[in-house]
Design a protein around this ligand. Structure first.
Ligand SMILES: [Zn+2]
Length: 108
């Protein structure tokens, strides 16, 4: 336990990619959703308002990559295994990050 770390103010969440803690406002929330065919997918929830189970991730391709390789999405969002090991698609999050190249800028 190191409580001496400088943590940002406000709610703090752990990035499922790099496993570092960061202010919730710096992280992209992702949720368990389904595509048009009813398959389980990971969907971005940039407003953080969608109901249900969510996980948090730095909005960078690096952390996204780590999360994919660690199967962190399915573990965080489908702990019961409903997402399956190969069947869970996180493509919507990848697409979202592709179209938002700039890291979230916080005017505050
Ligand atoms: Zn991260």
């Amino acid at each position: 336990m190191s409580s001496d770390d400088l943590l940002p103010e406000g709610p703090v969440r752990t990035c499922i990619g790099c496993r570092k803690r960061a202010a919730k406002s710096e992280l992209l929330r992702v949720i368990a959703g389904s595509d048009a065919h009813g398959h389980a997918v990971v969907a971005p929830d940039p407003d953080g308002t969608a109901p249900g189970r969510g996980a948090h991730l730095h909005p960078t391709s690096g952390c996204y990559d780590l999360a994919v390789r660690r199967k962190a999405f399915s573990r965080a969002l489908f702990p019961s295994g409903r997402g399956g090991e190969g069947g869970l698609s996180s493509a919507p999050v990848g697409d979202y990050l592709d179209s938002h190249h700039n890291p979230a800028t916080n005017p505050a």
